[in-house]
Design a protein around this ligand. Sequence first.
Ligand SMILES: Nc1ncnc2c1ncn2[C@@H]1O[C@H](COP(=O)(O)OP(=O)(O)OP(=O)(O)O)[C@@H](O)[C@H]1O
Length: 338
Amino acid sequence: MTDRPLLAVRDLRVTLRGRGGTPVHAVRGLSFDVRPGEVLGLVGESGAGKSITAHTVLGMAPHGATVGGSVDLDGRELVGASPAVLRSLRGRRMALIPQNALSALSPVHTVGGQLVRALRSNRRMSRARAWRLAVEALDRAGIPDAARRARAHPHEFSGGMRQRAVIAMATVNEPDLVFADEPTTALDPVMQARVLDRLRELRERTGTAIVLITHDLGVVGGYADRTVVVYAGRHVESGPAVPVLTAPRAPYTAGLVASLPPLEATDRRLPTIEGAPSAPESPPGGCAFAPRCPHAREVCRTEEPAPLPTGEPGRLVSCHRLTDLPDPLTHPFAPTPR
Ligand SMILES: Nc1ncnc2c1ncn2[C@@H]1O[C@H](COP(=O)(O)OP(=O)(O)OP(=O)(O)O)[C@@H](O)[C@H]1O
């Protein structure tokens, strides 16, 4: 693994058209890097802008979206790139494992046939060789009896198998970068672990970098090297995953961590973050988390905080109160010096 980013997202801004044409500010100046071969956990509550970020990087932002800022994939600027260029990069250099596995598979073709098509649209090869590679990819993704199952249609697969078939599909061309959007949300815990293990194996075998999009901090702690916490389309905190999760510095991260169930059973009620995120149609002027933050001061309500280095390697925190709150901020609702 090197420090040179494979993907550099800088000041990404994505505005969508909501109901009646109202602008929806889904991503508001987000910056982060993905390094070659790493697993990066992109975390935040529902609506934080995680999926839109992934879709935009892949050149698949919703119709009518306005995109600003820069997305650099290995030296190539993707914002403003032509649909043909983006299409040629998808599959070969970067791929998406979408939230809904069924949406990624055609109901009318066999699973193996779809993999063959994905392979042959990127490289010249015989059908027989593509079929062999397709079966291998399904086998590696954990589909039992892959040679036979390759001839089946997606509806003949269980939910977990379908998800693994989608992983095979997204990774069959061994792209440099895969966005896995909530790849385990619909699965039971055993199947979740299997799917995540397959992704980890893929990274180890091919050096593919994986952006794991999730609201599950447990998944990030268990599988990611680094993490970026986002809130209302903006950066909150980023850095090596375990330090961010065990010693959070931003009140929002601390709130997320505090609301995680502990490993041992407990009768204690878990703290939750009070309130709801602001509507993306009307983001507040200052820090988006200020209306819910027990530590907010006047400056938080008027100025958006920029990411600041904490002094720890690779760690950035966007919080006006970074230097005067306890480190780590174990409990966001604990009394702090005023
Ligand atoms: N096609 C669309 N048109 C208009 N607004 C959209 C569209 N898709 C998403 N949004 C809005 O953009 C914001 C960001 O959505 P996004 O799906 O990226 O969030 P997310 O963090 O991935 O959440 P989740 O975990 O629920 O998928 C939300 O407010 C959402 O309602």
